[in-house]
Ligand binder design. Structure first.
Ligand code: HEM
Length: 154
């Protein structure tokens, strides 16, 4: 594992992430843009799943908001992988970073279980409430863990 992390750190892309001040800043800004798209869209959908604004059809809201959330997640994952490249061994040794990855996996599993199971609009109100509540807790926890990474030591 350590050998893999070291060889990742030795790639030209990793070196560019470490040496290019504005390159790193741009990737960081794109990471934040991805997070904004993801959290903004998913929060609105979660509130509807919790029972807010029941006049608005879940199906149509999902058709609008889920693609935005997925695009944001993909952008956050791609740019997050680049940020990770700047110091693979350092991040892999940080419990908070590993917690963040675990929370992302749980949040994605929660969304997949709802969509591939009963489906967004066919789920019972109770199932929607459970999935919406979990999503509302997990994604902001990911955001908090990500932001706190800069403030914890190794
Ligand atoms: C596989 C996906 C992801 C990876 C590998 C990843 C990795 C990283 C890394 C390495 C950093 C830099 C930490 C530092 O300051 O030293 C970071 C920052 C951050 N990440 Fe992620 N991330 C991912 C997805 C996400 C997602 C989905 C969210 C939010 C829902 C998120 C939220 C944040 C936040 C808020 C920051 C701090 C940004 C800043 O203040 O400049 N990350 N991420």
């Amino acid at each position: 594992m350590e050998a893999l992390l070291t060889s990742l750190a030795d790639t030209a892309l990793a070196e560019w992430m470490r040496l290019s001040r504005w390159g790193y800043a741009a990737i960081n800004a794109l990471h934040v843009l991805g997070i904004a798209l993801l959290i903004g869209a998913i929060l609105a959908l979660d509130l509807r799943l919790l029972g807010w604004r029941q006049r608005l059809p879940v199906r149509e809201l999902g058709q609008l908001l889920q693609p935005v959330a997925i695009a944001g997640l993909l952008l956050a994952m791609a740019t997050g992988a680049l940020l990770f490249l700047a110091d693979p061994s350092g991040y892999a040794a940080m419990p908070l970073f590993l917690l963040k990855l675990a929370l992302i996996a749980l949040a994605i599993a929660n969304a997949l279980l709802l969509n591939l199971g009963p489906g967004l609009e066919n789920a019972s109100p109770r199932r929607q409430l459970v999935a919406g509540t979990l999503s509302l807790l997990l994604w902001p926890a990911v955001l908090l863990a990500g932001r706190m990474l800069a403030f914890v030591d190794g």
